[in-house]
Design a binder for this molecule. Structure first.
Ligand code: OOG
Ligand code: MG
Length: 268
């Protein structure tokens, strides 16, 4: 049994698995999870594939705009059968405007989730990054909806596989009302998601590791493990508060956040 912080894949395997994931992301088709072929793949292997994916997208001209924490709430961990959070990168190509029509033709089986997003005004470097360090480095927070889209068949995976697939990142929409963190209690923000006018899920922000800034601290510490830091100006999502809700063409979504306004979009 390999330890999770140990790299077991060869450079060739990393590149081959990265090409497989990139193909599925670009072509919007489902693949079997990577651990079916590499059962002893570790979390470190997953991040090695993810880093290679990031390197390739950036080399193709995509711009890194931030990061996302995932699997940071009990609802999400239970829904996905995973018990450790993850991180993924966000690029300009994934961003969609508020109130826009989002195409599903280039997605496999999209789901939406409500998240608190942070915009940073100072660089943050781990290890040892704390919730308070995050709050001190935050410019403002805003409500966001993440559209996740696992490239794995049936949306079923393990931690190493989902990390390699960049934490199922696909699209994201920020909006609503930006607020300074000093003006809010970030633990008690209620959020309600409506699909086609009906409430489909709701929760409170403390569902994310007790406080969403805790998820950003965890993300910074994971980045430190990869020799990286979170630069000022980054847009960072702290993870789904509730479980993710499947969407299809024709669906409209409104995520209503206490104190932060609402974020809406429709799917075509
Ligand atoms: C993994 C991504 C999780 C979140 O906010 O928890 C995530 C997945 O559920 O596919 O983005
Ligand atoms: Mg998410």
């Amino acid at each position: 049994m390999s330890r999770n912080n140990e790299l077991t894949l060869s450079r060739e395997d990393i590149v081959r698995l990265c090409e497989r994931v990139e193909g599925a992301q670009r072509g919007a088709y489902a693949i079997t999870k990577l651990t079916d072929e590499y059962p002893s793949m570790t979390i470190a292997d997953g991040y090695a594939v993810q880093s290679e994916l990031r390197r390739r997208y950036l080399a193709q001209g995509h711009r890194l705009v931030g990061w996302k924490a995932g699997l940071t709430s009990k609802a999400k961990m239970q829904q996905m059968g995973v018990d450790v959070p993850s991180i993924g990168f966000l690029t300009d190509r994934m961003a969609r405007p508020e109130s826009s029509a989002i195409s599903t033709a280039d997605l496999v089986h999209p789901r939406v989730e409500c998240e608190v997003a942070f915009v940073m005004k100072k660089d943050l470097q781990g290890p040892g990054c704390t919730r308070q360090n995050v709050l001190d480095a935050t410019d403002y927070v805003l409500p966001a909806v993440e559209i996740i889209d696992s490239r794995y068949s049936g949306f079923k995976f393990d931690l190493a596989s989902v990390i390699a697939d960049n934490g199922s990142s696909a699209r994201f929409v920020g909006g609503g009302r930006a607020r300074y963190v000093e003006e809010l209690d970030l633990r008690t923000l209620g959020v309600v998601m409506e699909k086609n006018g009906e409430i489909v899920t709701m929760g409170a922000s403390a569902a994310v590791l007790g406080h969403p800034a805790e998820a950003i601290a965890m993300l910074v510490n994971i980045l430190a493990g990869m020799g990286e830091y979170l630069p000022a100006g980054s847009f960072v999502m702290s993870g789904g508060i509730t479980e993710a809700v499947p969407v299809k063409p024709g669906d409209s979504i409104v995520a209503r956040f206490q104190e932060l306004g609402s974020v809406s979009m429709r799917f075509v």
